[in-house]
Structure formats: C-alpha cells, structure tokens
Design a protein around this ligand. Structure first.
Ligand code: MN
Length: 746
C-alpha cells in the first residue's frame, strides 16, 4: 500500500482494520486465543505478500482474501483453519511465497488446502480452449475427494469475484458469469449451499442480462409491502391455534423467489412477472429439539390444513427422506387468502440453517451433538453422494471433458429413490432408466439386461424410473450391450461399464476379422504382411488396421479373391481392372459412416454439419447445432462445456438439432410400388432410399412382369410418418408412370 498517497492510504488502512475486526466478531467466541493469534498472523502475512498490488476495482488486493474469509465464516459458518486458508488463498499463486513457507508457518493442513486451491486457481484470462477449461474443472472436482474445505473456499472466492465483477471487461464478465452458471452454482446447490447458489445465479443474470435483472429486482422490491400484508392476512386465522399449541414458532416470513428463478419461470411459461403465482413462499420455522422436529413440522401442517384447503398433489415430504443435498423440510401448497395458491414451507430452525448454509452448518450440528446422535438422513445422503463422486473421479478412462460432463449430468442434479423387490432403497440421478438399475446391481446383470418389471409391469430397458418405483431386472444368458446403450443410460457407472465392454468386444471382433483375412490370404497364397494390410486400410479409408479388421468381422466389408487381388495390385499397377463388388452395393467406408451420423435440424433438412470435437456427440444424446463461420453447422452436446458459453454469447447462432436415429425410434413401414417398366428402376429406388434419404432399407422386392409393368414391395425403417411421406414423394418423382403408396397395417 506504500504506493498510495498518505490520505488514501490512511482511509484504506482504517477500512481494512474495520473489516478485519468484523471478521473476528463474526467468528465470535468460537475460537481460542491461540487461534486468534494465528489468524492475525495469516492476515498480516497475506497483507505483506500482496502489498503494492491492486484489484481491477482499484482497492488494495488484500481486501479480496479478507472478504473471502468473511464469506467463509459469515455465510458458511466455517472455522479458523478455513479462515486462515481463505486469507492466504492467493499468496502462492500470485506472490513469491512458497507452499513450504506456508507449511512451516501455518502447518500441513493449511498448506494442503492452499495447495488444492492453487491447483484449481482457474483462469481470469480468457481461456477459449474448451479442453483446458475442462482440465481446470476436472482439477477442481478431484479436490472433492480430498478436503472439502478446498471446494468450499473456492466457492467463497468465486462468489466474491462475482460480487465485484463490475470492474472487469465485458468479455471477461460474460465468461466468468457463464462458467459460474455452468459449474459453480450447480456445485453450490449440490453441496446444499442454497444462499450461495441463489446469489451466484442472480449475479450471473445481472451480468448476462442486466435489463431483465433490473426489471425483476425492482418489481420484487415494489411488491414487498403487498407481500407482507398478504402474510399477515394468511397468519390471522391460524395465529391463535399456533399460540395455543405450545409449539415454539421461531419465525414466519415470506420468501420471494430468487430473481433468476422468477426469470426462468417467466421464460418457461411465457408469462409476465405478475403471473408468476408462486413468486414467494411463506416459511414457518419452528424451534424444536432435534428429536421432535419432524413431529412439530407435521403439527404445524395439520394446523394450517385445518384452516386452508391443501393442494394434495403438491405435498412434499423431505423430512423423512431429505433431498440428496441434505435439504429437509415439509412443503405444501394451500389455497390462501384472495383465492391464491401459496406455497408453505415448514421446517425446524436447524433445517433452515442447513438449507441456507448447506453441509458446513450441518457439520457444525454434527460436531455439537456428536456421539449421542445417530447419523441423520442428511449424513447418509451426503456420504452416498460423495461415494458416487469418488467412483466417477476414479474412472480413469474418461477424458477431462467427459468427466466434467458426467459430473454435471449425473452428480449435480436431483436424485430419485427406487426400491428393489425386497424393499432396499437405491438412489439414482433423475432421468435414470431401468438399464441403469441393472448396472447398479452388478456389471454382469447390466450387460445382460433384457427388460425390467417396474411396479410389476413389463417395461423396456429404456423405461425412465420414477421416485418410489419398485424395480426388478430381467436378464438373459447373453450379453446384450451395444453402442446404442451408451446414448440412453444416465449414470456414469453404466456408461463406463458399457464402454469397457464395447472396447473389449471391439478388440475381440478385430481379432476375428484378422483371422478371417489371414485365412483368406493363406488360401490365395498371398503374404499376410503389414504392407499389404496397409494397402487395404488405405483403400477403405481406415487409419488403424484394427478398425479395418473390425469392419471385416462386422460384415461391413465383404472381401473376395478378385477384390483382394485387385486392391493389392492397384498400387503396383494403376491400369488394372475396374473393381466390382459381388453384390453391386457400394460398401465404401464413406457411405457407411455417413449413415452412422444423421441429424435433423428443426424444419430444415439439408444443412451441412460436422460433429464438434470438444464433446463428440453420440447418437441419442441431446444435441444442438451451432452455426459457424465457413464450417457449416457444428453439432454439440447440450451438456458440452462450451454450450453455456455459446448459448449465452451467440444465442442467435444456435439451432435446434436432433438425431435421426434409426435405432431409437425407427419403425417398419411397407411401401408398395407399381408402374410401367423402366430399366434400372430398382437401383434408382435403392439409391434414393440409401443415399438421398439415408433411410435404412430392410428389403426390396420388385418384379418386372411380362405385360411390361412392374410391381413390388419395399420394407424400410423410418423415423416418422413425415419421413415416410417424403420418401414416397421422392420415389414418385423418379418416374412418370409410377404409383407409390404405403401399405397400411403392416
Ligand atoms: Mn481469489
């Protein structure tokens, strides 16, 4: 701070000391004298280390770590080790101070935490490379398996950066805001840090869409008085009963929804602010001893439902089974004064604190009550989640991008609970299917899953599970896993087990292909050399011989003596014979690959596209198209780490896209064709079906009759009736005298 002139320096110093004292006051009498001295040492140490550096806002840098420490204590309820780590969180990254020095002065625990924080000190410079981005996220996620305080302090750090984002460049703002939306807010949510999650989302909206933010927040402020009036009116009829009940009502308040969630609702339902009927909820907090809180919450519920009509389908009981982020409460919706549906949230003081501060508060309760209290459902839910996190992180064969996607898709969302026929509970990420249940039992069961019985009804493997379902898996003796499964399962466990299986299969398959070729070479007395194999690879457009062998074993490539000789000789003698395959169908790899990736854009059919390399979308996965300059449309997964960035910055270049997956939704259709004979009509029709329309043809059977007419049937796999109609029209247009019609009921 020596660089500042006297007066400014004094002002900053006074302010800094004020804030430091505020930090100590917030810590209160929770800590010992020795710890207070250590905190002071850390504060002085950090102030010296950052001396002479300033934030973009112009204030001395030390204000930032101090603010992060304040958030850690005041908003997460963390203790002295976290405070010291928060104060020091940027010194190793930004100054000459080494980790060794930290360890000498503040001990190994603090050094570990700082080390974790330094590793994940993500980017303020624009990193446009998505895989670097993913690497950073990955490092952060890996620390989840270590000391959770690393992540908690990281979230405080990010929150403070978001709060002070005003002074950075527009581009950086957008980048940081969308990063926050992409991973930090969901992570905060998953750790039960509701207050932080909400503030992060609101701030992100403030920087990405300032006018919407301003509009909604001023409307919330305007409606404050009427909200308070409404709550008074609501309490009036139940006041006496509540007082007489002997319940210790801690607080009754009206909680407006967050700006971001109101915005989301307005967008989703296409309604103005005034029509978001649940823009606020009434929260009733009882102060109850831990062993009586559930009963007390239900008593409050009963008093309310005596006076107000309840909406049966909107009763949510998270008392006995908290959400997987530890959230616990009783929610109900009742017909309140003025004939308005209003949500009422009933919870104990303890639950309320956990709801706002998440697991940090939860741990504090645990520490206070420790041995004499058995683990609460929150403990179990959280431990279960951490186990799943560790399992995903241990999955070494995932790239950083896949890992982050996996994490976002399955571990940051809500869970559902389902039961085995014997009544054991299993939890799954929302959207999981029967097949995921199979993999959760055992890999062998998963790979051989044929279908399932859900609540005693037969369902296909793709059946989506719902809360409370009773699931029984039906298996066969054979392995049934296919590439297609990868696109439909939800959990990381299922995905990695299927991948593993397919890789093994592929290796086995290539081995079989190799044998086939080896035998053929032997039979025709050709040397089975690397050079010859390379020629074949080149001819079919493969880079690895394993892919070529695989295609051979798969029947994609059919080889015979003539063809083999010709390919091998073509290289030596360019004038050799023109190749013909036996069945006359073009089996070139281009053709095969083109069929493998088929994408439909909204209404439009014919946009040139390619698959984005950053997320490698697979058939069946949700995708969108991004219009690039000069490279056509790039297809990304909706969960691509770039997605939120692309969508937030270039929304106008996004187009909806879906897989036209013949496997997933295709159905059989029979088309009848009749006409006056024309040479080559069969191959013309076959071309339309396979090349122009990229529809899968199952069979074609057209005969020419003696009277000069022809007729027959084609069996195809199409996605929907529009496609079928289109196909019929295209066939019709090939020939003046042709009748094409769908054979109904077949
Ligand atoms: Mn920082």
């Amino acid at each position: 701070m020596a660089l500042l002139d006297g007066e400014v320096y004094e002002a900053y110093r006074t302010e800094l000391l004020n804030r430091y004292r505020q930090l100590l006051r917030t810590l209160g009498n929770r800590i010992t004298k020795e710890k207070t001295a250590k905190i002071r040492e850390a504060f002085d140490f950090a102030a010296r280390a950052h001396e002479g550096t300033f934030r973009k806002s112009g204030e001395p840098y030390i204000f930032h770590p101090l603010a992060v420490a304040q958030i850690a204590v005041g908003e997460l309820g963390l203790g002295s080790t976290s405070v010291i780590s928060a104060l020091l969180h940027d010194v190793v990254e930004d100054t000459d101070v080494t980790l060794d020095e930290i360890e000498r002065r503040f001990g190994p625990k603090v050094a570990d935490i700082i080390n974790g924080l330094t590793k994940i000190s993500v980017v303020f410079e624009a990193v446009d490379n998505s895989s670097i981005q993913a690497e950073n996220f990955k490092k952060m996620l890996l620390t989840l398996g270590e000391d959770l305080r690393v992540i908690l302090i990281k979230l405080c750090d990010r929150l403070h950066n978001m709060r002070t984002l005003g002074s950075v460049s527009e581009n950086t703002k957008l980048k940081i805001a969308s990063e926050t939306m992409y991973i930090y807010a969901p992570l905060a949510h998953r750790l039960g840090l509701n207050a932080i999650k909400t503030e992060m989302e609101d701030l992100a909206l403030k920087f990405t869409d300032p006018s919407v933010y301003r509009e909604i927040s001023s409307k919330i402020a305007e409606s404050k008085l009427s909200r308070q009036r409404y709550i008074r009116e609501f309490i009036e009829p139940i006041k006496e009963t509540l007082n007489a009940s002997g319940l210790n009502i801690h607080e009754i308040k009206g909680r407006p929804k967050s700006i971001y969630s109101i915005h989301k609702k307005m967008l989703k339902q296409g309604i103005p602010f005034e029509e978001v009927y649940d823009a606020f909820a009434i929260r009733i907090i009882v102060d109850s001893p831990i062993n009586q809180e559930k009963t007390d919450c239900w008593r409050v519920y009963s008093i309310i439902s005596d006076s107000y009509q309840t909406h049966e389908s909107r009763l949510r009981d998270w008392l006995s089974r908290p959400k997987n982020n530890g959230y616990s409460a009783l929610h109900t919706t009742v017909l309140g004064p003025k004939g308005r549906w209003v949500e009422v949230q009933i919870r104990s003081k303890r639950m309320d604190e956990i709801a706002e501060r998440g697991l940090a508060a939860h741990w504090r309760y645990k520490a206070i009550h420790n041995e004499d209290v058995p683990p609460t459902p929150q403990d179990q839910a959280f431990d279960h989640w951490l186990d799943a996190v560790k399992e995903t992180l241990d999955n070494n064969d995932l790239s950083a991008l896949d890992l982050v996607n996996e994490f976002k898709n399955t571990l940051l969302g809500e869970d559902i609970y389902v039961f085995t026929p014997k009544g054991a509970v299993k939890s799954f990420p929302m959207g999981s299917i029967a097949l995921d249940f199979g993999f959760s039992i055992h890999t062998e069961v998963g790979l051989k899953t044929l279908g399932a019985k859900v609540n005693n009804k037969l369902v296909p493997i793709s059946h989506e599970l719902k809360n409370g379902d009773i699931v029984e898996i039906l298996t066969t003796t054979k392995y049934r896993a296919t590439q297609h499964w990868l696109g439909i399962v939800k959990t990381g466990r299922s995905k990695s087990k299927i991948r593993e299986f397919l890789r093994d299969e592929k290796t086995k398959q290539s081995g079989r292909g190799r044998q086939i070729m080896e035998r053929m070479f032997q039979k025709h007395a050709i040397n089975f050399t690397d050079k010859n194999i390379k020629l074949l690879n080149k001819h079919y457009g493969y880079t690895h011989s394993s892919e070529f062998f695989h295609a051979v074993a798969d029947g994609q490539i059919r080889m015979n003596k003539e063809l083999l000789l010709e390919i091998l000789q073509k290289d030596k003698n360019k004038d050799s014979v023109v190749p013909t395959t036996k069945d006359g169908v073009n089996k070139s790899p281009e053709n095969i690959r083109k069929k493998a990736a088929q994408i439909v854009f909204g209404e439009d059919y014919d946009l040139p596209y390619s698959l984005a390399r950053c997320c490698n979308p697979l058939p069946g996965e949700p995708i969108f198209g991004f219009i690039t300059v000069g490279e056509g449309v790039k297809i990304h997964r909706t969960t691509c780490p770039n997605a939120s960035k692309l969508m937030s910055q270039y929304g106008y270049r996004i187009i909806p896209a879906t897989w036209r997956s013949v496997y997933e939704t295709a159905f059989d259709a029979h088309i009848s064709v009749r006409g006056i004979d024309d040479v080559g009509i069969v191959s013309k029709i076959a071309d339309i079906i396979s090349k122009d329309m990229e529809v899968n043809m199952k069979s074609i059977n057209i005969k020419a009759h003696d009277d000069g007419t022809f007729g027959g049937q084609i069996e195809v796999l199409v996605r929907n009736s529009e496609d079928l109609q289109l196909l019929c029209d295209r066939i019709k247009s090939t020939h003046k005298h042709i009748e094409v019609s769908r054979i109904e009921g077949k």
